[in-house]
Structure formats: C-alpha cells, structure tokens
Ligand binder design. Structure first.
Ligand SMILES: Nc1ncnc2c1ncn2[C@@H]1O[C@H](COP(=O)(O)OP(=O)(O)OP(=O)(O)O)[C@@H](O)[C@H]1O
Ligand SMILES: [Mg+2]
Length: 262
C-alpha cells in the first residue's frame, strides 16, 4: 500500500490558553496543535475543563489569556466578520445536545445551512434527511419536535446538525454518552468517516475509552488545567504517566485525589 507523505496542514493551534471564572481557574495554560485529517480525543475528569476548552475555541467563552489560531490566524487579531468566518468552519455537537426546542428536527439539522449559507429550504431539508440517515435516524423523525425524541435520538440529531455543513473542523462533546452499544459503534464509525472523507480535523471529548481507541489518532489528557499527556492512542496503555494510568484504569489509588465523602 502506498502512503502519501505530505506535511501536515495546521487547523488549530492553542498557545498558553487560560480561562478563569472569577477566582476559579479552570484552564492554566493549554498548548495544542490539531492538523487537517487528524482526530484528537480529549479525556479528563469531570469538571477538568474539557467543555470549556472547546467553548473558548468556538468563541462562546473568552479566554483569560493565551492565543487561539485557526488556519494560522490569531482569531483575536481578526475583525468580527473574519473571526466569524474562521469559527464558522467548526461543526459542534454540544454535550447536552442544545437543540432548538421550537424548531422541528430537520430545521435543527439544517440550521447552519440555512443561516450561514442561505441554502434553499427544499435542498436544506434533503441534506438534513441525508445526515439524519447517516446517524441512523429515519425520515419519519424529520418533522417531529426535539421533545418528542428520546435522549439518544436527540443526541444523534445534534450530531447530524454538527456534520450538516460538511465542516472542516468538528468538535464532539461526549457524542456517545447515553447511546446503546451498537449505536455507539455507529457514531464512532461516523466520526472516523467524517475525518477520513471530509479530511476534517476533529476533537472529541469522551469518557468512553473504547470509543477513544476507535476514534483517535492522538489522545490528550487534561488535568489541573493543562494537557499532562498527549500521545498516540496506541501508546496509551504503555504510558508510564501515573495520572493517565490511574484515569484510564478507573483506579481510586494514585496521584489523582478522589473527592468523595463516606
Ligand atoms: N459559564 C461558566 N461559568 C462559571 N463556571 C463555569 C462555566 N462553565 C464552566 N464552568 C466551570 O468550569 C469547570 C470546568 O467545566 P467543564 O464543563 O469544562 O468540565 P468538563 O471537563 O467538560 O466536565 P464533564 O466531563 O463533567 O462534562 C467546572 O468547574 C465548571 O463549574
Ligand atoms: Mg463537559
């Protein structure tokens, strides 16, 4: 099999990203590079700042300090419209789904197409149906309201919405939480396919290590506001990092304190 060797194309670069909320510091200096066609999984304890990290890149939260580059451009040095254009390449699945309650399922999926690209309704609906299909949902759900769907179905609608515009960058915040094991594999495969077919760059947050191994080229672990380990997903089991080892084995013994009261 011949392999094309080309230099990586950088999509996202974070330099010393810090984020505090009042006196609470969440990110204390995150450095990270994500290249085109690369799938990165971020792991870390609950409350370690994984979602905050993605929200900073999306412009939904303002970092306290540090730099964010998209396609080599420092987004804080851009005009509002240029910044919006950079960020609009990102398709995002939010942890809680974050569907619009008052829009039908297909309108949720087609939202970015209609809003950002002015895609005519009929065409946007057809794309929405195709994307719903890709996440294992049939046409029959298209005209339902989100509240009429199960939690797992809502999650998949969120996923269909994230990929609807064939974005160059994809963020998935816990895409398989709450899904049955088979659907989990379907979604993991879909993420792999998006990265391969679209040549997208993806960041996925997951607590599911089986998913992480399936999806990731690289895995990064966030702890105390920093990336304390980053490496090839295949190398994770061999790592000697005690924090990573404790985390991936779910052990109560190790350097990560377990904050539970008897
Ligand atoms: N808008 C906000 N205002 C104040 N604090 C916030 C805000 N968003 C997040 N935080 C705090 O930042 C910390 C990190 O939150 P974040 O949602 O990134 O965690 P997480 O790593 O995604 O956890 P989980 O795995 O449970 O989803 C938490 O302590 C949270 O309370
Ligand atoms: Mg989160």
């Amino acid at each position: 099999m011949s392999q094309k060797i080309s230099s990586p194309i950088e999509k996202i670069r974070l330099e010393g990203l810090e984020k505090s909320f009042g006196t609470k510091t969440v990110l204390t200096g995150v450095d990270l590079v994500l290249n085109k066609g690369e799938s990165l999984v971020v792991i870390g304890g609950s409350g370690s700042g994984k979602s905050v990290l993605l929200k900073c890149i999306l412009g939904l939260l303002k970092p306290t300090s540090g730099k964010i580059f998209i396609d080599g451009k420092d987004i804080f040095s851009l005009s509002n419209s240029e910044k919006e254009a950079s960020i609009s390449q990102i398709g995002m699945l939010f942890q809680g789904g974050a569907l619009f309650d008052s829009l039908k399922v297909w309108e949720n999926v087609a939202f970015g197409l209609r809003q950002r690209f002015g895609t005519p309704a009929k065409e946007a609906r057809n794309i929405a149906l195709e994307k719903l299909n890709a996440v294992g949902l049939s046409e029959s759900v298209a005209d339902l309201m989100p509240s009429e769907l199960s939690g797992g179905m809502q999650k998949r609608v969120g996923l269909a919405r994230a990929i609807a515009t064939n974005p160059a960058i994809l963020f998935f915040d816990e895409p398989t939480t709450g899904l049955d094991p088979i659907m989990r594999t379907v979604i993991d495969s879909l993420i792999v396919k998006c990265v391969k077919d679209l040549g997208a760059a993806a960041i996925t947050i997951t607590h599911d290590l089986t998913s992480a191994y399936h999806i990731a080229d690289k895995i990064a672990m966030l702890y105390e506001g920093k990336i304390i380990w980053l490496g090839d997903s295949k190398g994770i089991e061999k790592s000697k990092n005690p924090y990573l080892n404790q985390f991936i084995h779910g052990s109560m013994e190790g350097p990560i304190p377990v904050n539970i009261k008897p």
